[in-house]
Design a protein around this ligand. Structure first.
Ligand code: ADP
Ligand SMILES: N[C@@H](CCOP(=O)(O)O)C(=O)O
Length: 320
């Protein structure tokens, strides 16, 4: 559950008075998510999502995220739309945090991932990359090598409290990725956090994508391996080659990978594992007292990292 900031009734009333979205009927904290405080706001015009942006979101990046949703929705990608206030602005302040209201997306995220979900995801991810090709803004990925370096520096001294040997594993991996990280791959807008809880389905049909608050400009194939990690491993940690093949093949049917991208997949997958290992480890080591949030398991990503370290080529992910 993620509610870090709870606006008072007065703050909420004054905030909603800036919008023409009907009268508020209820506003309840949402029992999901990790990064921001989210509320289901129901007005006489229907449901909306109210988000207060928290620690990992730089307020200067918010126009990028909100414009991106607008751009993608305009190209037919299912995603929420920012709601403008009476003054035409989507972004304002609530309870001392940057805040926005976005439209409510119907559907549910899948609790039990199937091969069909992975196939639909591959198609949707490629469509997102194609639709983002002419998005005019650029946002550097703050959670790539530079970000991993500083996260690792702030975590390694205490990492072995999570698992013996974790500090050494992180240090070794980071040093190797510094050498091997590819720099010549096709880049564009990536979602960068397309986990199952950010993809909605209704009756087995993918209805849309949410949570664009890590979106940035980076290697498109990196986005694909983030999904590979998040969707193609079983709860017991086993890699599911059938799900991987479905995801990968659906993606390349819309946006083929070039030879450099194919060759880079195992290294990119290691980077994607280290990225989520480090943010989870940071959150695990710095748990916020009293926050309604479920801290995710860093070791899940330590195990995925170990898996990718022994992968030789993209064939093992279902691509020849
Ligand atoms: N536009 C939306 N439509 C419907 N539900 C949403 C929408 N945005 C967020 N949610 C709900 O809020 C939850 C948390 O949102 P998310 O953006 O993933 O939060 P966080 O950025 O904190 O991880 C989602 O799992 C979903 O239940
Ligand atoms: N997906 C990340 C955490 C970010 O949470 P989300 O609710 O924004 O998807 C992880 O699993 O570590």
């Amino acid at each position: 559950m993620a509610v870090y900031t709870e606006p008072s009734d007065d703050e909420l009333r004054d905030f909603l008075a800036e919008y023409a979205i009907g009268d508020a009927l209820s506003c309840k904290g949402i029992a999901e998510g990790v990064e921001n405080s989210n509320f289901l706001l129901v007005t006489t015009q229907g449901p909306f999502i109210l988000t207060l942006y928290e620690k990992r979101v730089d307020p200067a990046d918010l126009p990028f995220f909100l414009d991106l949703m607008q751009h993608l929705a305009g190209k037919g990608v299912g995603c929420p739309l920012p709601v403008n206030g009476k003054d035409g602005r989507a972004l304002r302040t609530l309870a001392g945090r940057p805040a926005a209201i976005i439209t409510f997306l119907t559907g549910m995220w899948p609790r039990k991932i199937t091969v069909e979900h992975c196939r639909a995801l591959g198609t949707a991810l490629a469509a997102l990359h194609v639709a983002g090709a002419d998005f005019p803004h650029v946002r550097r990925n703050s959670l790539s090598l530079d970000g991993w370096r500083s996260l690792a520096a702030s975590c390694v001294a205490r990492a072995d409290a999570c698992e013996a040997g974790l500090a050494a594993a992180i240090t070794t991996e980071l040093a190797e990725l510094e050498q091997a990280w590819p720099s010549e791959l096709p880049v564009g807008v990536i979602h960068a956090d397309l986990f199952p809880d950010n993809v909605f389905f209704q009756d087995a049909k993918l209805t849309g994508l949410i949570d664009f608050y890590f979106a940035c400009t980076d290697a498109l194939a990196y986005d694909l391996v983030i999904c590979l990690n998040a969707w193609c491993f079983e709860p017991d940690g086993a890699f599911n080659a059938t799900k991987a093949r479905a995801l990968m093949r659906a993606y390349v049917a819309v946006r083929p990978l070039n030879q450099a991208e194919l060759a880079a997949l195992p290294v990119l997958a290691r980077g994607a594992s280290l990225r989520f290992l480090l943010t989870r480890l940071y959150d695990w080591l710095n748990r916020v007292d009293g926050a309604l949030v479920r801290v995710k398991d860093p070791l899940e990503y330590a195990r995925k990292l170990r898996f990718h370290r022994q992968v030789r080529d993209a064939g093992e992910y279902g691509l020849d």
